[in-house]
Design a binder for this molecule. Structure first.
Ligand code: NDP
Ligand code: 8X3
Length: 253
């Protein structure tokens, strides 16, 4: 029987690439996000190209009741979720704390922290009941260090880092693996979202060096979820070769 992976934020970037990589690995997929048409397009592609069965769940991770209802709506045969990739997330704004927009802060906290918790709270009991499962949380180098103007985004990713550690302790007795993945710069829609569709600013983020791409992270996720049952990668920091840490990127111009 094929394994099942649920990927949040599968409409773009790392999440979409991960859904494709896991379909290629032989998984059936539950793909989620707010942009339904993109989910339907991905479902069709995964079915044709990889012969994967795909269930689309269209919800906003910030909506606690919608998350609960969506997971409860999953047909019994799909509830044996082997892998949960908590990927949905975003940065909004890049301002010093004294000038930050509170609505930006709330979007990040509600999505990156509360949304991840809502989805995990709905899926983790299914894994514990079966005594098997793997949760992969998309953290960030921003979960390991703080950089100028990154304040609240960094705080949300530090929270993800702590939640990953806590999950691993709490679900140890059920044999649940928890992997915290911390990428540096990955060229996706991330910077367009952070800079509110200012393409010039978004493009500047990746100027003068080769950033990671969604497929780079997807191939790492594919690797960590296919390790033997007794092996768990707990924490993984990955940057472009041109990036040493959050503040040091070597740009050639
Ligand atoms: P993208 O903007 O390309 O993708 C973000 C995904 O999250 C989209 O599929 C989006 O779907 C989904 N999402 C955002 N908000 C919500 C919401 N409220 N409800 C449901 N889904 C939501 O960015 P990335 O692929 O780069 O980001 C994926 C993860 O990786 C994030 O957690 C990010 O913080 C993290 N990360 C990214 C890095 C980077 O440099 N790009 C580096 C380190 C970590 P939709 O809009 O359709 O709902
Ligand atoms: C995304 C990478 O450097 O913008 O998490 O925080 S960074």
């Amino acid at each position: 029987m094929k394994k099942i992976a649920l990927v949040t934020g599968a409409t773009s970037g790392i999440g979409r690439a991960t859904a494709i990589a896991l379909a290629d690995e032989g998984y059936n997929l539950i793909i989620t996000g707010r942009r339904k048409e993109r989910l339907e397009e991905l479902k069709a592609m995964l079915g044709i190209t990889y012969k994967a069965d795909v269930l689309v769940l269209n919800f906003d991770v910030r909506d606690r009741e919608a998350v609960q209802a969506a997971i409860e709506s999953i047909p019994a045969a799909w509830k044996n979720i082997d892998v949960l990739v908590n990927n949905a997330g975003l940065a909004v704004g890049l301002n010093p704390i004294q000038e930050g927009l509170i609505e930006d802060w709330e979007r990040m906290i509600d999505t990156n922290v509360k949304g991840l918790l809502y989805v995990s709270r709905a899926v983790a009991p299914l894994m514990c009941a079966r005594g098997t499962g793997h949760i992969v949380n998309l953290c960030s180098t921003a979960g390991k260090e703080v950089y100028p103007n990154g304040n609240v985004y960094c705080a949300t990713k530090h929270a993800v880092d702590a939640i990953s550690k806590a999950m691993r302790i709490d679900m140890l007795k059920y044999g649940i693996k928890v992997t915290n993945i911390c990428p540096g710069a990955v060229e996706t829609e991330f910077s367009m979202v952070r800079f509110k569709n200012d393409k010039e600013k978004a493009d500047k983020t990746y100027e003068g060096y080769t950033p990671l791409c969604g497929e780079d992270i997807a191939s790492i996720i594919r690797y960590v979820v296919t390790l033997p049952v007794h092996v768990c990668i707990n924490d993984l920091v990955v940057t472009p070769t041109a990036q040493a840490n959050a503040t040091n990127i070597f740009r050639k111009n």
